[in-house]
Write a new protein. Structure first.
Length: 100
C-alpha cells in the first residue's frame, strides 16, 4: 500500500466512521459507551474497507498489507474519537509551531 492510498482511505473511512457512529448513537438512547461504538465501526470499516479496496485494485494480500489494514482501523478509531474540533485544534497548534 502506498502512502497516498493510505491517506486517501484514512480520510474517506474517517468521515464514514464518524457519520456511522453518530447515526448509531442517535438510534440508541440507553446507557452505552460511544468510544466502544466508534471502535466497532472503525474496525469494521478499517479492516473490511481496506481489504475490499485491495481486492478491487488487485493488490496482493501480503503480510505487510494486512498489517496496514489493522493500522488503518486503529487510525480511523482515533480519528473518529477525536472529532473535528480536536483535529482543528491540532492543526492550528502545528501551524503555530511551524510559524515560529
Amino acid at each position: 500500500m502506498t502512502l497516498p492510498l493510505f491517506l486517501t482511505l484514512f480520510a474517506v473511512f474517517s468521515i464514514l466512521a464518524t457519520a456511522l457512529t453518530e447515526c448509531i448513537k442517535k438510534m440508541f438512547t440507553g446507557n452505552y459507551s460511544s468510544n466502544i461504538i466508534a471502535a466497532i465501526v472503525s474496525v469494521a470499516l478499517g479492516i473490511g474497507g481496506t481489504l475490499l479496496v485491495y481486492y478491487f485494485r488487485g493488490i496482493q494480500m501480503t503480510g505487510i498489507n494486512i498489517v496496514c489494514a489493522g493500522i488503518m482501523a486503529l487510525f480511523i478509531w482515533m480519528g473518529s474519537m477525536l472529532g473535528y474540533d480536536k483535529i482543528k485544534q491540532m492543526i492550528e497548534q502545528i501551524i503555530s509551531m511551524l510559524g515560529k
